[in-house]
Design a binder for this molecule. Sequence first.
Ligand code: SF4
Length: 320
Amino acid sequence: MTPPLLSLDGVSRHYATKPSVLGRLLPNQPVVRAVQDVTLAIARTEILGLVGESGSGKSTLGRVALALEPPTTGKVLFDGTPPGDNLPAFRRRAQMVFQDPQSSLNRSLTIERILESPLVVHRFGNAAARRERIAELLGTVGLRADMMRRYPHELSGGQRQRVGIARALAIEPAFIVLDEPTSALDVSIQAQVVNLLVELQQRLSLTYLFISHDLRLVRWLCDRIAVMYLGRIVEIGPAEALWHAPRHPYTKALLSAVTAETLQPPEAAGDVPSPIRPPPGCAFHPRCPAAGPRCSREAPRDVTANGVTVACHLHDGGVS
Ligand code: SF4
């Protein structure tokens, strides 16, 4: 079997709630459990969607996957190797597209300088070769080469996000984390950018971790979907399986909010609990319409059936 391109094994990411000594967490210090014991693997050329409410830990997980933040515990492997073993080589192969192209592009630089920066960092050719590469990159994302002379504020939101994608592609990565890449764009532009991402993924054999709160989009775009709640993956499986037959009550609640077009309140009432003091047992139990006595006592384990892994007592002996 071909090994995954990226794997996370028991990865957690905790933050101190107060300044800590030399950035280290102290014993018994209150922490924000942004990501908690996540194990998953992304195959080459796969698109894995990561969904969940705000504050569920999606973006933190994306940053840990890209070695922009270290895991507090657990292991990240890229192509079978920890990113830290050769960080410059890893940075060539793993990139990010940010949510807001307005703030992720330096306003004081021309598009040419913005796109040249990763080429210079990774020692790509001489000035002429870099200029040629920048023109090629702009063509790849559907922009004219003469746009390299403009500044970000002279472009539309959709054009700026195309520049953000071109910057991520500059050094021919294999893996890209896309963190809500269309949510800051007008609806009319979103489809164009999504179509571009699909075309690039197929043409360049890219692997995506696609972070989004838009379940319809993720269903259409992704091979598999992982659902995150309070730092944990509560369900993961093929996109169509999760869409048509969700197993975890939280996945069902997310889907009911989408399919009801928000005319009905979602099944999961109330706010997301604090990640500093997550509820005992199953962290979803205070909001879960199916919760039973076992749910507040015991954390559910992962159970896999027919390619779908779910962490819920309903699928592992019941909630009584
Ligand atoms: Fe709901 Fe219990 Fe399943 Fe958690 S374990 S999702 S509380 S039924």
